[in-house]
Write a protein that binds this ligand. Sequence first.
Ligand code: HEC
Ligand code: HEC
Length: 299
Amino acid sequence: MSLPIQQAEWGKRKFMPSRPQRRGFLVASFCAGFLMLAITVAYAADDHNPYAGDAKAAKAGEFEFRINCALCHGLGAHGGGRGPDLTRTQKKHAHSDAELFQVISNGIPGTVMPANGTNGQGVGMTDEEIWQIIAYIRSIEVKAPANPVGNAAHGKELFYGDANCSLCHMIEGKGGRVGPELTGVGGSRTRASLIDSVRNPSRRLAWGLTESTKEFPQEYETITVVTADGKQIKGVALNEDNFSVQIVDTNEQIHLLEKDKLRSFQKSRESIMPQYNADILSDKDLDDIVAYLTSVGTK
Ligand code: HEC
Ligand code: HEC
């Protein structure tokens, strides 16, 4: 069939394509769609950062990082109170450039690491900007020190023994529930901020209850109530709504209370965690405990 005849036939049918032609069209658009998908997937899965080793792109990435990431990961990506040090070569979730791209785009479910373009992470970034941030992170990575500080085995003994941490904290399923679970904390926080949490617990309260309606989880505030019969209960909230509150006290007792039946209800930003000064817990012992938290949190 030559082209002019085909055109003539088209004309006769008032541009209504025949069945096989329509099918042809569907197949063609399907193929085009599939090709586009294949290109997108190939691009996203591309292990190669188009800006690898590009100092100008890394500079642009640093700027993006300050706006979108420094709030949690600190200036210079050295880690802050809410996000890990990203200058460590040894990362927990992401090793290749493609994995970094995936973590930064989609966040890390079950942690506060947000997905690109969601509440916690500023404005949405383009793929190009994400690759620039990765170029920046790569440019500031440093090898871990050969001899990490502290003795993790001794730190574990202290955690479950003399230092009493396990009365309130659980690690890998073992310990108390008054304070936050600490299995992952060594991987998501810096050494300096962990030390600060132990020396000055009230300075920056840990995040507790996660509520989907809130941009950030609620903090671990201390709750003190006096019940109708005059009993005082002090602990942290496991659950709370307008009408009731569920409190776990320092003896691991759980109390479910109706707020309007209480004589008083108070929240305080004074942590229920005791302040461990150097005379109670030496710097060396604290280094050992932090080494233990880091060894569990980064494995
Ligand atoms: C709201 C706080 C927050 C913000 C904002 C945030 N992060 Fe994170 N990020 C975290 C936390 C917390 C983790 C660790 C999660 C865990 O393992 O518990 C994390 C983990 C990561 C990891 C994985 C580290 C590893 O060891 O594998 C990368 C990479 C990362 N973030 C990059 C970024 C970049 C890039 C941005 C900005 C575009 C960003 N983050 C913004 C909190 C944040
Ligand atoms: C009486 C209970 C109690 C004891 C004992 C206790 N803690 Fe805590 N801890 C808490 C509570 C409650 C919080 C949350 C409020 C805050 O941040 O201070 C907390 C917070 C923390 C945090 C911050 C966690 C985060 O997610 O940011 C770290 C780290 C920590 N504790 C480590 C320790 C270590 C190490 C010990 C032992 C040396 C210890 N705690 C002993 C109750 C306790």
